[in-house]
Design a protein around this ligand. Structure first.
Ligand SMILES: C[S@@+](CC[C@H](N)C(=O)[O-])C[C@H]1O[C@@H](n2cnc3c(N)ncnc32)[C@H](O)[C@@H]1O
Ligand code: SF4
Length: 297
């Protein structure tokens, strides 16, 4: 392949620039909205180490995608920081010709340990998931695998290592953590970090997803705006995953990933049967016809 190699475009002719790479399927948390403990138990068959793509295979794929026009890679999982030697993989990915941005999404549990090595490896950006600052609420949402304090220690280590504008992902589930979402915004307001609220979504019919459990983007925005007024701002680039809002007092911004808004519209349009089949090809096709946004960041 060379400069004449065709670039990947979506059905609207837009270039595909982002690639999400899941480096491991295992995780040390059991967030009920993602890997409920009753399904992902001790006898669950995760991939064995030799079934995972090796570093060389990931590098090979990354450089092929880069030649096809991809400029951003996001490493995710499972929990990427439980893959051995992840910083070494990052150090190689940032060297791939054409790559401008390598980011990582983590639950933060091992961040304090790895932040300096990730920075030294050249990782550009970091997203840390944290669903609540209330420890009891947070533990319900991670299957009692970690405390808020542990994740905040990871964030502090990442700041000390030189990461800034860290994105803080918060999945909002009705009746579970929606009463704490304003506290989360208040805590990070003025820090330079960006809290991004994600509408709780179906991820393959394993998490018992119901539309009733979703707090919509509008409801999230109303709660925050009532205490700390915000206004929308244009996306940083076309197709940005989160919708952006800035605090009117100039102390930063938040993001909303409204992944389910589209699904709700789909259900209204084609009837309740679609709800049961919300992960079918028809659904995927519908969502991709609206946008190419992917819900997990
Ligand atoms: C699958 S996780 C992988 C990376 C890492 N383990 C973490 O939690 O940050 C990536 C993101 O997806 C979000 N996520 C997982 N399940 C979700 C769901 N059902 N609805 C919305 N977001 C979800 C997580 O909160 C996290 O921010
Ligand atoms: S959301 Fe992330 S931390 Fe939670 S179970 Fe899924 S992979 Fe693990």
């Amino acid at each position: 392949m060379n400069e004449l190699t065709p670039k990947i475009v979506d059905k609207f002719g837009r270039p595909v620039r982002d690639l999400r790479i899941s480096v491991i399927d295992k995780c040390n948390f059991r967030c009920p909205y993602c890997m409920p403990a009753e399904i992902f138990g001790a006898d669950y068959n995760f991939l064995t180490n030799d079934q995972l793509l090796s570093d060389d295979e990931i590098l090979r794929l990354a450089s092929l995608f880069a030649q096809l026009g991809v400029t951003k890679f996001r490493l995710t999982g499972g929990e990427p920081l439980i893959r051995p030697e992840l910083p070494a993989l990052v150090a190689r990915l940032v060297q791939v010709p054409g790559v401008e941005d390598v980011a990582l999404t983590t639950n933060g549990y091992y961040l304090a340990k790895h932040a300096p090595a990730l920075k030294a490896a050249g990782l550009h950006r970091l997203t840390v998931s944290l669903d609540s600052l209330d420890n009891e609420v947070f533990q319900v949402l991670n299957g009692r695998r970690a405390t808020v304090e542990r994740v905040l220690e990871g964030l502090a280590a990442a700041e000390a290592a030189g990461f800034n504008k860290i994105k803080i992902n918060c999945v909002v589930k009705k009746g579970i953590n929606d009463h704490t979402l304003v506290d989360l915004a208040r805590h990070f307001k003025g820090s330079g970090h960006i809290v991004r609220y994600i509408e709780y979504m179906d991820v393959g019919n394993l998490n018992g997803w119901k539309l009733d459990d979703v707090v919509t983007a509008d409801e999230i925005l109303e709660k925050i705006d009532a205490e700390m007024p915000i206004q929308p701002v244009p996306p940083n680039y076309p197709g940005e995953v989160a919708n952006r809002y800035r605090y009117l007092d100039g102390t930063g911004e938040i993001g909303i990933i409204a992944s389910v808004g589209d699904a709700g519209l789909f259900v209204k349009m084609v009837g309740p049967k679609a709800l049961v089949e919300a992960n079918t090809a028809a659904f995927d096709q519908f969502v991709s016809s609206l946008s190419l946004r992917t819900p997990q960041q």
